[in-house]
Design a protein around this ligand. Structure first.
Ligand code: S3P
Length: 175
């Protein structure tokens, strides 16, 4: 078992990064952290409030500062990113520099959009279906740069996805 490996989970809004990270942490008996939650605790504002009151550009700076802190001063082995974090070149550089393994959770736009609509969490960058689809299409080529790629089929539970990651990325044999 590759116990020392640290990973980041990336993928579009609504794909289920945080839930998969939670299951993965429990399967690996390991620590995890959610970048957005970490930011909210440090800034004492929700991500939606930060974006709405200070703008996306400032949010991205805060996101990078907090990612750097997690990567260098926090020992969590599983890091769930917000959907935009991996699309920023500087963030990808930081992640690579620290030699983390990167995992893209990919799904269809419809699946993500359904989850975005159903979620209680406010996502100011998912403005409407058309603009969100545009963002989804633009980002695919950047998510593609991740080391691993798992396709999230709608009939697969988050637990099953986490198990697959544990088996394939961490070489864990559950049998
Ligand atoms: C964002 C995704 C959100 C959050 C912020 C911006 C994005 O996280 O970081 O609203 O740019 O895709 P989730 O992917 O967890 O929704």
């Amino acid at each position: 078992m590759e116990t020392e490996k640290r990973i980041v989970l990336t993928g579009f809004m609504g794909v289920g990064k945080s839930t998969v990270a939670r299951f993965l942490a429990s399967l690996l008996d390991s620590t995890r952290i959610d970048l957005d939650t970490f930011i909210e605790l440090n800034e004492k504002q929700t991500i939606a409030e930060i974006i709405k009151s200070r703008g996306e550009a400032r949010f991205r700076q805060i996101e990078t500062e907090n990612l750097r802190r997690i990567l260098t001063a926090n020992e969590a082995r599983i890091i769930a990113l917000g959907g935009g974090a991996w699309t920023i070149k500087e963030n990808r550089g930081l992640i690579r520099e620290q030699q983390l393994t990167t995992v893209w959770l990919e799904s269809t736009f419809d699946h993500c959009w359904r989850n975005i609509r159903m979620s209680k969490r406010e996502r100011p960058l998912a403005i409407n279906k058309e603009l969100t689809q545009k963002l989804f299409d633009e980002r695919a080529k950047l998510y593609c740069l991740a080391d691993w790629h798992f396709i999230i089929k709608p009939d697969l539970t988050s637990f099953e996805v986490a198990k697959k990651i544990a088996e394939e990325v961490f070489s864990i044999d559950f049998d």
